[in-house]
Design a protein around this ligand. Structure first.
Ligand code: IPM
Ligand code: MN
Length: 328
């Protein structure tokens, strides 16, 4: 059996605890990883100012995957680690798909997937200040949308919809965002012609928020831009068992390593107390195995998590329960 080279960033707060459970569960499947730990995140930054060295980024390009817990620590100025580490990783490794699946409680466990564009939009960092600090201060924050960026994301979503239930919804705000919305809608309509079997729908982002709460069964695959996807997937977590279950995959489907992380943050208030639910991190580990080419181990992990989604117990007890389930 091959061994995959995986970079592990436990990160801050509860990150290292949940990542430890994910790695424990992977080991129990028999899939072998050769891991390299990277001490990065808010704590490292506070210690010596390091955010993401160029050499580290260069090293990552040769990895098979990256597994990340959570980053963000009290005392670090807001955004420094988010932009300097997490967003830089997404942009430089061109992880243009942020795939976030959700499963509803009850209801035969209806599941749906949000495909969030992960390298453009309001996250691109376009904008600036004029006359900063004066009463006439101006701040602009643009949203960068390229035809190529929207198209590759939309195309990925159509492919995924074809493998699932042939239904794809575009979420945007085309009634107000006349330029980016138009580019997204036109691109969506054009790519749709190549997938005649996929039925399509469109919702404005505000309406989609209502449907997430009141009628999420209408969704199968959703595709949306970076910022709408950020907000919508937190809501997705909230309506499908809580953010402690929400997993994600930051993918470049063509080249280089992809990155796998729970949607939740570092939760410094409960760090080190074994209180965090590791299921989101374990399910993210399952995504990683799927993309490494170990789909049957991935499916086994997902099935082993199923009975323990709402388990009371410490972080490691929940991990142990998943491991025990795998052995059944
Ligand atoms: C997420 C997070 C990040 C984002 C933050 C930490 C920059 O909220 O992965 O959803 O906004 O993308
Ligand atoms: Mn978010």
């Amino acid at each position: 059996m091959s061994s995959y080279s995986v970079g592990v960033i436990g990160g801050d707060g509860i990150g290292p605890e949940v990542v430890a459970e994910g790695l424990k569960v992977i080991a129990a499947t028999g899939v072998e990883l050769s891991t390299t730990d990277y001490d990065l995140g808010g704590a490292r930054y506070l210690r010596d100012g390091t955010i993401l060295p160029d050499e580290t980024l260069a090293e990552w390009r040769d990895l098979d995957a990256i597994y990340l817990g959570a980053v963000g620590a009290p005392g670090v100025p807001r955004g420094v680690i988010e932009r300097g580490l997490l967003l830089r990783m997404r942009f430089e490794l061109d992880l243009y798909i942020n795939l976030r699946p959700f499963k509803l409680d009850g209801d035969n466990g209806h599941d749906f997937v949000v495909i969030r564009e992960n390298t453009e939009g309001a996250y691109a960092g376009e904008g600036g200040f004029l006359r900063k600090g004066t009463p006439h201060e101006v701040a602009t924050q643009g949203s960068v949308n390229t035809r190529r960026g929207a198209e590759r994301c939309i195309r990925y979503a159509f492919e995924l919809a074809s493998e699932r239930n042939n239904h794809l919804t575009l979420v945007h705000k085309t009634n107000v965002l006349a330029f980016s919305g138009d580019l997204w809608q036109r691109t969506f309509n054009e790519v749709a012609l190549e997938y005649p079997a996929v039925s399509t729908d469109y919702n404005h982002i505000d309406a989609a928020c209502i449907y997430f709460v009141q009628d999420p069964q209408r969704y199968d695959v959703i595709v949306t831009d970076n910022l709408f996807g950020d907000i919508l997937t937190d809501l997705g977590g909230a309506v499908s068992g809580g953010i402690g279950l929400a997993s994600s995959a930051n993918l470049n489907p063509e080249v280089g390593p992809s990155m796998f992380e729970p949607v939740h943050g570092s939760a410094p208030d409960i760090a080190g107390k074994q209180k965090a639910n590791p299921i989101a991190a374990i399910l993210s580990a399952a995504h990683m195995l799927k993309y490494l080419g170990e789909p049957s181990a991935a499916t086994r992990i997902e099935a082993a998590c199923e009975p323990h989604l709402n388990m009371d117990g410490s972080t490691s007890e929940i991990g142990d329960a998943v491991v025990a389930e795998l052995a059944k």
